[in-house]
Design a protein around this ligand. Sequence first.
Ligand code: DAH
Length: 340
Amino acid sequence: MEQRLKEIRQHVLDQLKEVRETAGLEQIRVSALGKKGDLTGILRSMGSVPADQRPKIGQMVNDVRQTLESAIEARQKELRRAEKELRLKSEAIDVTMPRPERSAGSLHPMNIALEKMIEVFVGMGYEVVEGPEVEFDHYNFELLNIPKNHPARDAQDTFYVDDNIVLRTHTSPVQARIMTTRKPPIRIICPGRVYRADEADATHSPVFHQMEGLVIDENITMGDLKGTLDEFARQMFGQGISTRFRPSFFPFTEPSAEVDLTCANCRGEGCRMCKGTGWIEVLGAGMVNPHVLEMCGIDPKKYSGFAFGMGVERMALLKYNIPNLRYLYENDLRFLTQYR
Ligand code: DAH
């Protein structure tokens, strides 16, 4: 029995020398000291030991157990330390290493153009106002003097939600909303998304953006409108760019004008972009129709005003010389990241 105990002890100590991982330690512990382990086996067979020898053998078993337990513990500490060292080494970070490049993102060219447009008008004292994209027929058409049988209401152009509600076809309904709720002086711009049942092509999209402008006060004239748009053109596109008014018709303005900008490409000389005219059509404008003022609760004998509406995408295309509207919607990073 004594011999057997010595063997067990030596065997375990040998194993401890060889084991290289803490995981292996547990196996050694179980096979020596566990319930079915060698040492426990000896205790079980104490029955066959003569009674007078039992205390001595029992004492020996306990000694061996203690020796082995502390040997295992010591080895465990050693191995843990080694494993930790190894892990720290493998996880070490070289803080001097250059990091991989990260793309920072950039504003969409249309938003850059819109921000510039807003900046110009805010600089002239305008307030930015927004309205709903799902709009009442009343504001989108009726209050703007677009009667029930007007071609602009044709279902081909307008997305109807129901008989009284549409996806707004322009930002002009925000004018009507403001005129019915505020007293002059009014000086606002209204940027936002608009919807038309158009097929998408190089110059059309069923969803696009407009920016509306409205000024109402005493003694506002067409000269104020012209001066304002000229200043906008100069700030937006640079020195030497101005506007040209051509007579036109909108139900909500009288008189009305189509407004052209000096072609920024040829500076008015005439080129392919402006089809040789030196001018590019960019927006609609006019003096707010007195009938519209009246419907919105503003006295046309006391007040007058001008309004204009421009396409934001169109401004971006012109500003950055982009040949096709589709580029703005395709979200190709190679295109988008050129504009910052
Ligand atoms: N609402 C017009 C459109 O979508 C643009 C427009 C023209 C707005 C003349 C105006 C204006 O405020 O006076 O085509």
